[in-house]
Design a protein around this ligand. Structure first.
Ligand code: DON
Length: 587
């Protein structure tokens, strides 16, 4: 308990308390005034990169990073550490991820040089129907798809983590889950991002007795900052999983609690859904950029395809010469995002159900054709930007992120989620598990938009057992087969922009790791036709130029939080975005 009290000031004052850290005094690249400003504003109290030679870890939590450190100290391998982080972060960020959700993991195994893309995302229940989120008048019912029992897909987190651990882990599962159990049992102080989620969802949480019990005080108000949040039921659930493995979740007493709750609440999930849940091992999306190899998450994420497409479209522009955060760079990158998001709306869905032209969309010639459509002088209104034409292949083809690397050539990037803040805002009684609202990532109908404004399409229509389309983009960048950067972020559709830009900052503009992920970011998702730029915005003259070119610029947060680790000449570095409480550690 004592250590939690010691950590209280870190949480309340946003001071980074992870160890060991080193101030980055890397030289600031030319022409980057705007990011210096942003950095000074948000990061003066934050240390920069954790540096070591054996491993580097970056998570969106404090205790989750410490969990990885403990596992490495016990001679666990990188998978043990990643699974320990996953369970610990499920406790530390119950509003972002958890056992009621799902995720993706990219794992590059140094020994075999293989890269795995593991999909343990939620699936649509067997009883789901295409029109389940339409009101009688045919309009999309976003309340139904975003809140409550109908918004939940079949969880995959436990199946995924345990399958990955079984295949590659070294320590027993009980040791790997121990830090999460300890954290759930003893609690930790409520921090700003969690407090914000509890405030936003207070009215919904009030209606669900099990959620109310955990997340609200006896006046039904969100717990205040600094309150020690204890999750006893979750600790019990974790203990059961540590002892019995995934069986107890998919075909045992935890699953039974889910089935009973869904029956009581008139939801769709049944025992059959749990018994039928399958983790999918997929081929990563591959691309390359100026000699770097990019490995990222394939469909049912749109992330990997569009990160690769974004980079392909800009590869021949020599952005470095045009300047970091210059008008030209922002204009070209915004148009690159616009084109990618227009394609997302046309082509992307679960590849087990629709034909996704992955090869076509990540092809260099296709990127060159799309690049020719960009204007160097004016913004293109979204109405002037359509999807491109790619030949379909013949064969059918609130979230958190963490990244790890070790000195064995292994790298992991994993993004995990229950979707929106607090997911469905419901807790399965007796389990402490928050339900996801991932069903909102499907399209309720063509043209309707979801929580993140992503446009609904036929390819992403609801079908039983189908996986909702994602933007999560866990990515590993390699050079000559050796991992150089493992990166990813939460942030809905903004994930694609944030991950793609951070990669560009690091490998095109040679910005140091920490600055690559902290500097201001921009986001254009085709629809709405707006270019969002992080406060305080670019240099005033760049902003003026962009507006003159016709961009509808909004200076507002591009809400991602990027977690990255890098390998630079046998040195391993970790950096966590200071926009949240994330920390990094290296040894
Ligand atoms: O899979 C997706 O794209 C979304 N469910 C991710 C949600 C998310 O990142 C929310 N975080 N801010």
């Amino acid at each position: 308990m004592k250590k939690h009290i010691l950590l209280l000031p870190c949480l309340l004052l946003f001071i980074q308390c992870s160890v060991p850290v080193k101030k980055a005094d890397a030289p600031v690249p030319q022409g980057a005034e705007a990011y210096i400003l942003a950095k000074a504003e948000r990061a003066e109290h934050k240390s920069a990169e954790a540096v070591g030679t054996h491993y580097a870890v970056s998570t969106q939590g404090i205790f989750a990073t410490q969990a990885a450190k403990k596992i490495f100290a016990q001679k666990g391998n990188i998978i043990d550490a990643a699974v320990a982080v996953s369970f610990a972060i499920a406790v530390e960020r119950p509003h972002s991820t958890g056992l009621g959700g799902g995720g993706f993991m990219l794992f590059h195994e140094g020994k075999t040089k293989k890269t795995y893309a593991i999909d343990f995302r939620e699936r649509a229940p067997l009883l789901a129907t295409e029109k389940m989120f339409l009101k009688a008048d045919g309009t999309a019912d976003s309340n139904l798809s975003q809140n409550g029992i109908m918004s939940a897909g079949v969880p995959g987190m436990v199946a995924g983590l345990i399958e990955i651990h079984k295949r590659f882990g070294k320590l027993p599962l009980s040791k790997v889950i121990a830090p999460a159990i300890d954290l759930a049992e003893n609690g930790f102080p409520v921090y700003p991002n969690l407090k914000n989620a509890l405030d936003n969802k207070q009215e919904l949480l009030k209606k669900d007795p099990a959620a109310r019990e955990i997340f609200l005080d006896n006046k039904e108000k969100a717990w205040p900052m600094g309150h020690i949040l204890v999750q006893k039921d979750l600790a019990k659930t974790l203990r059961k999983i540590a002892k019995n493995g995934k069986k107890i979740f998919y075909n045992g007493e935890i699953g039974d609690a889910f089935v009973k709750f869904f029956a009581d609440q008139k939801g769709l999930l049944s025992k059959k859904d749990l018994l039928g849940y399958q983790v999918k091992w997929r081929e990563p999306v591959k691309g390359n950029y100026k000699g770097f190899e990019i490995y990222s998450m394939p469909p049912p994420s749109s992330g990997g395809i569009h990160v690769v497409q974004f980079l392909n479209q800009l590869e021949n522009d020599n952005l470095k010469e045009k300047g970091l955060l210059s008008t030209t760079s922002i204009n070209l990158a915004a148009q690159s995002l616009q084109a990618a998001f227009a394609d997302r709306a046309e082509y992307l869905g679960d590849p087990d159900f629709v034909n996704v032209p992955t090869k076509g969309l990540t092809d260099k010639e296709y990127a060159a054709r799309r690049r020719k459509e960009f204007s160097e002088t004016t913004a293109r209104p979204s109405t002037a930007v359509g999807h491109g034409f790619v030949v379909p292949p013949h064969e059918s083809t609130q979230t958190t992120h963490f990244s790890l690397m070790d000195d064995q050539g292994n790298a992991i990037a994993s993004t995990q989620t229950i979707n929106g803040q607090m997911g469905a805002s419901m807790v399965v009684p007796g389990t402490g598990i928050v339900l996801n609202n991932e069903m909102d990532d499907f399209s309720a109908k063509p043209g309707a938009s979801n929580l993140f404004g992503a446009i609904g399409t036929n390819a992403n229509a609801i079908v039983p057992k189908k996986t909702p389309l994602s933007s999560m983009s866990p990515t590993i960048v390699m050079k000559d087969g050796i991992p150089k950067l493992a990166i990813g972020a939460p942030g809905g559709t903004r994930i694609i922009s944030c991950v793609a830009q951070s990669i560009l900052n690091y490998i095109e503009f040679n910005v140091p790791l920490y600055e690559s992920i902290t500097m201001i970011r921009y986001h254009h998702q085709w629809l709405p036709d707006v270019l969002d730029i992080d406060p305080p915005g670019p240099r005033p003259e760049v902003l003026r130029d962009l507006e003159r070119m016709g961009y509808k610029v909004q200076i507002r947060e591009v809400p991602c939080s990027v977690m990255a680790v890098a390998h630079e000449d046998k040195i391993l570095k970790g950096a966590a975005d200071p926009r949240d409480i994330g920390t990094s550690v290296a040894n």
